[in-house]
Structure formats: C-alpha cells, structure tokens
Design a protein around this ligand. Structure first.
Ligand code: AR6
Length: 174
C-alpha cells in the first residue's frame, strides 16, 4: 500500500486552526480531554468529542484512535488521538513509545484515507519528554514509516519547539 514519502513542513501556530484532513491530539488514556493541546482541541471541537472519546477509551500509550472533528472550524474531518509516554528519565521505553505514537497515527490516517495531517509535539508539554529528543524521534519516524499520507505539518506552539523541529528536519534532509 505504501507508495511514497510524505512531504514534511514545520509551522508555528495553533493546531486547532489547521485545515488538514486530520489533526493529531496529544491526549491521555481517558480520551476525555485535559490541559495543553488536548484542552484546546476539546474546547474547539465541543462536548461531543469527550463523549466520542469515552466510547473508544482507554487508549494505551503509543496507540492512536480516531474520532470525528465535530465543531472544529475550519471544518476538518478527523481527530486522531494518541497517548504519548510520560517521561520518567528515558529508561522506561519512552523513546519507543513516542515513535509508536507517530507510526500509529500514520496507520490510522491511512485507514481514514487522510492525505494531509497535522501533529503537535507529542509528550513535550505536561508529559515532560525532552523536546530535542522528541523532535529527532518525530522527524525520523515520520520520514521512515511507509504511508499514503502526502503531506505532514508539524505544528510548533512555541519558538523553541519550532527551532528544534526545523533544525532536525533540515539535518535529515541534507
Ligand atoms: N496547538 C499546537 N500545539 C500546542 C497547543 C495548540 N493549541 N497547545 C499546546 N501545544 P501537551 P503532552 C503544545 O502538554 O506533553 C494533557 O493534559 C505544547 O506547547 O499539550 O503530550 C493531556 O490530557 C507542547 O509543545 O501534551 C495529557 O494528560 C505540545 O503541544 C497530557 O496533557 C504538547 O504538550 C499530555 O501531555
């Protein structure tokens, strides 16, 4: 099924404003909402999102599950919820779990036939994953996982995350 590598770009902004076929949410296992990007997405998508999440929960760390995007404007089709690892020092398979999040999101996007996809910097906020290592894992995994997704936007909510992702992408595309 996999035929090509997606193009990847890094952009600054708020993922709730994206117009990709699907956006990824950095959720927790309950899929009921929370703080950070999860809270922003639930506020923008409305209360039906938590109800849909409850029906799919729990979502294990490293896994991903999709819901409709409900009231998100501009209207997009899908939200892919993934649960990143909580950073516990790096020896608890956190890197592997984070890579699995990116891989599973691509698999779910393929099932949905989503061709464009936006990701936040999974696990690098409340969950405490070092942002530089997370940027390396994100770009490496997205570049090496077979998928039909054509275009990926990595959404950086702050300047440091933007720099780390942009530098990592530039290094890998040399
Ligand atoms: N658009 C894009 N990125 C954002 C936005 C936004 N609107 N808001 C925050 N970020 P976090 P985690 C960035 O904490 O570390 C929640 O409570 C943020 O600056 O949202 O995976 C969940 O329910 C950071 O770079 O997610 C879980 O309990 C990145 O998104 C837990 O937090 C991820 O930060 C998940 O923690």
């Amino acid at each position: 099924m996999s035929t090509h590598s997606p193009t990847i770009e890094v952009v600054s902004g708020d993922i709730t404003r994206e117009q990709t076929d699907a956006i990824v949410n950095a959720a927790n296992e309950s899929l009921l909402g929370g703080g950070g990007v999860d809270g922003a997405i639930h506020r923008a998508a409305g209360p039906r999102l938590a109800r849909a999440g409850a029906e799919l929960a729990p979502c294990d760390p490293g896994d991903a599950k999709a819901t409709p995007a409900f009231d998100l404007t501009p209207p997009i089709k899908h939200i892919i919820h993934t649960v990143g690892p909580i950073w516990e020092g790096g020896n608890h398979a956190e890197p592997e779990t984070l890579a699995s999040c990116y891989r599973r999101c691509l698999e779910v996007a393929d099932e949905l036939r989503a061709e464009t996809l936006a990701f936040p910097a999974i696990s690098t906020g409340v969950y405490g994953f070092p942002a530089d290592r997370a940027a390396h894992i994100a770009v490496t995994t997205l570049r090496t996982t077979p998928t039909n997704v054509r275009h990926i936007r990595l959404i950086a909510f702050d300047q440091r995350t933007y720099r780390l992702l942009a530098d990592e992408l530039a290094r890998q595309q040399l």
